[in-house]
Design a protein around this ligand. Structure first.
Ligand SMILES: NC(=O)c1ccc[n+]([C@@H]2O[C@H](COP(=O)([O-])OP(=O)(O)OC[C@H]3O[C@@H](n4cnc5c(N)ncnc54)[C@H](O)[C@@H]3O)[C@@H](O)[C@H]2O)c1
Ligand SMILES: O=C(O)C(=O)C[C@]1(C(=O)O)C=C[C@@H](O)C=C1
Length: 314
């Protein structure tokens, strides 16, 4: 991963940054915040004693707290980096330890449910600015993180109506320092968009790998041996964290079911085209989807494969 972060700030953006949950995303934030001097003091909290010990060993934070409540005391910026199903209980645990003026944010892959869980737990005067970095990998835990994870990636903010604009601006500045492009939308719109661009694709990957594993005519070793192409990409996605993804589907139920309904209709149309030898339908769709992939590469959201140029010339 090339180093593309800017120089450290002369004056940190925050006095006491607290990160709760030091897995892939939390530890990436901690690494980037330390490298860029975004906080005078960086405090880490995690429910897992093994993770806390590893965070201390790696030197990812100035202070490693036993509990979220202990960590939250004196925070001016606290980011929840736990599975979306755990956000409400962590907010309940630490909410009363926060002083007015503090900013609470998160990184959850679902926004409507996180807003509903967290906001009621925060005392008056504490600002909640939900965020979702659209960046990640199939790995988890504190060793999986890296400082450049958010560089040139989108980060979506979904501030509830009436959120203090100054708090939103500070959260935006934080993500921009990490190299992210920041966009704002409602939690509901976020959940609909991410259902089709992230959640349903993960479900398809989990399902296709599961289907292949259950086949009787094709052995498990054949699946592994011949998964050099498209299937291999599905296995990467299907290796993603089970707790995180269980929580995503349970917390974005309506949008995922809506998108799955459309997906199933379109899949049936393709099935029909194959059955009736309708090559034109197949060709037209594949032409449209190829243009979408090339558009993603053109805006620099994806690194081209090393042999992309050769394939194009073929
Ligand atoms: N992995 C991705 O690609 C990705 C990308 C963007 C956003 N997210 C979101 O980021 C969040 C974290 O995901 P991750 O991939 O870093 O997961 P992870 O499994 O790597 O880390 C989660 C950490 O949270 C800790 N934790 C769990 N429950 C807790 C609790 N009640 N109190 C304190 N700590 C607790 C775990 O011990 C673990 O260290 C999730 O909400 C996920 O939806 C993930
Ligand atoms: O690249 C991957 O491994 C990811 O799954 C990252 C990904 C995504 O679907 O794009 C996964 C979940 C997040 O909420 C954001 C990013």
């Amino acid at each position: 991963m090339p180093e593309r972060l800017g120089p450290p700030l002369a004056e940190p953006l925050f006095e006491r940054l607290v990160i709760v949950g030091l897995g892939l995303i939390g530890s990436s934030l901690a690494r980037a915040a330390k490298r860029l001097n975004l906080a005078r003091t960086l405090v880490a909290a995690d429910a897992s004693p093994a993770v806390r010990a590893r965070v201390a060993e790696l030197g990812l934070a100035d202070v490693v707290a036993e509990t979220a409540a202990e960590a939250a005391r004196g925070a001016d910026y606290l980011i929840l980096c736990v599975p979306v199903g755990a956000c409400g209980s962590v907010a309940a645990e630490m909410g009363q330890a926060l002083a007015p003026g503090a900013i609470v944010s998160d990184v959850g892959s679902v926004k409507g449910s996180v807003v509903a869980q967290v906001q009621p737990q925060l005392p008056a005067g504490v600002h909640f600015v939900p965020a979702h970095p659209v960046a990640g990998t199939e790995h988890s835990g504190p060793d999986a993180g890296f400082a450049t994870l958010f560089h040139n990636r989108w980060c979506i903010l979904t501030p509830p109506e009436g959120t203090d604009p100054a708090a939103v601006a500070r959260v935006r500045a934080f993500w921009e320092k990490l190299g992210s492009n920041v966009e704002t939308m409602t939690p509901q719109h976020h959940d609909l968009v991410l259902a089709i661009t992230s959640h349903v694709p993960h479900l398809i990957a989990y399902n296709i790998v599961g289907t292949a594993a259950d086949l009787e005519e094709v052995t498990q070793s054949e699946v592994i041996k011949f998964s050099a192409g498209g299937f291999r990409d599905f296995t990467r996605i299907a290796a993603s964290d089970p707790t995180m993804w269980r929580d995503v589907f349970l917390n974005n139920k309506d949008a995922v079911l809506e998108m799955l309904g459309r997906f199933n209709e379109d899949l049936s149309a393709l099935q029909r085209a194959i059955r009736w030898g309708d090559g034109e339908t197949l060709f037209n769709l594949f032409t449209r989807t190829r243009a979408i992939r090339r558009g993603i590469i053109d805006i620099g959201q994806e690194t081209p494969e090393p042999d992309f140029g050769r394939r194009k010339a073929d």
